[in-house]
Design a protein around this ligand. Structure first.
Ligand code: TXA
Ligand code: MG
Length: 330
């Protein structure tokens, strides 16, 4: 972006909600808190605003966006809900679940936001500020995570400011988010498919469905020529510092990202140490994950050594993000 924008920062409240709604209506870009991570919103029906959004994030335009709406009735104007989709929406919305569904005939979401796919990703966020903005604006808002493309998702407004000041119009500061990892994405295809593990644990979805979620094919591009979850690039969510997984000790000069109460050998020589959850709670670890990665990324460490994290509950999403952070950074 050539000319730096003046980015306003407002504390969450009635004035911020009104400012956000009018900014969106004018084609502006507004960062706001959701329960998962901060989102960067634009009017889903305004292609010029969406083009600005891709540019502000440095995001490839083949990576489609999630449309955020205030309730299931609004979602039904965008997409076609079969019985499975209705079941999941009624069970988990508002909440950290995104559904990928066939577009409705007169879907108002611009093709640019769906990267030309026949499907659209939708969610109803469970955050009072996000819902108030959606209600005040009155239409669907596309919102990727409010970080520069490829960077770690923001869980505080300070993270958003660090990445996007001068590139967007408004940041609504609603404090730290509760969940800390992005929404779980389920494709409502013939077989409901887990496209991205996230803030809603797989087991809760499978309990409601009464069956296991299908896994995406190992190489989703192979059959259809179109990726099922185009944003799931192998290297994503990456701090600048190399990430080393499943560490059972810290090498000199490494930073340590620990989990649980156990002492980690070599800690004395660590450049920095943070513990995602000393009491081994995966929900607490998810809430801390991106903030701690950002903090350890500033320590000038040789690498960030991460101890093993159990895969149950939100652990699946944590391990997914950590694997992506570790890819291709040796
Ligand atoms: O928790 C979240 O989901 C946050 C908050 C802000 O709501 N948003 C978020 O958006 O994580 P983003 O853009 O960072 O991730 C959206 C993901 C991408 O992996 C994208 O490829 C996928 O959703 N996606 C969007 N539309 C899709 C579609 N029609 N089919 C398959 N995947 C889709
Ligand atoms: Mg993102």
């Amino acid at each position: 972006m050539n000319v730096a924008l003046k980015t306003r920062i407002l504390p969450a409240g009635e004035a911020a909600v009104a400012a956000a709604a009018s900014c969106l209506a004018e084609g502006g870009l507004v960062a706001f808190p959701t329960e998962t991570v901060y989102g960067l919103g634009a009017d889903a029906a305004n292609p010029a605003a969406i083009a600005r959004l891709y540019q502000a994030k440095g995001r490839p335009a083949f990576n489609p966006l999630i449309a955020h709406v205030g309730d299931l009735a609004a979602a039904r104007r965008i997409a076609r809900f079969d019985t499975t989709a209705t079941l999941l929406a009624e069970a988990f919305w508002p909440g950290p679940l995104t559904l990928v569904l066939p577009k409705a005939a007169d879907c108002p979401v611009a093709d640019l936001a769906t990267a030309g796919l026949e499907t659209v990703a939708i969610r109803v966020p469970a955050h009072p500020v996000a819902l108030a903005i959606l209600r005040a604006f009155g239409g669907p808002v596309v919102a990727p995570s409010a970080n520069l493309s490829g960077h770690v998702s923001p869980t505080t407004s300070a993270h958003v400011q660090g990445d996007l000041t001068g590139r967007i119009d408004l940041i609504v500061d609603g404090g730290a988010v509760a969940v800390g990892v992005e929404s779980t994405i389920v494709g409502c295809f013939e077989q409901p498919m887990l496209l991205r593990p996230g803030g809603l644990p797989r087991a809760e979805i499978e309990r409601v469905l009464g069956r296991a979620l299908a896994q995406p094919p190992a190489d989703p591009d192979a059959d259809s020529g179109q990726p099922l979850a185009p944003g799931m690039l192998a290297s994503h969510y990456a701090p600048r510092t190399k990430v080393r997984l499943n560490a059972d000790r810290v090498e000199p000069g490494e930073a340590l990202l620990a989990f649980g109460p156990a002492a980690v050998p070599g800690s004395d020589g660590a450049a920095a140490i943070m513990n995602l959850s000393p009491r081994s709670n995966v929900d607490e670890a998810a809430a801390n994950l991106f903030g701690y990665l950002r903090a350890l990324d500033t320590k000038g460490a040789r690498a960030i050594a991460v101890t093993p994290i159990p895969n149950h509950g939100l652990g699946e999403a944590i391990n997914d993000r950590l694997r992506r952070a570790a890819v291709g950074r040796d």
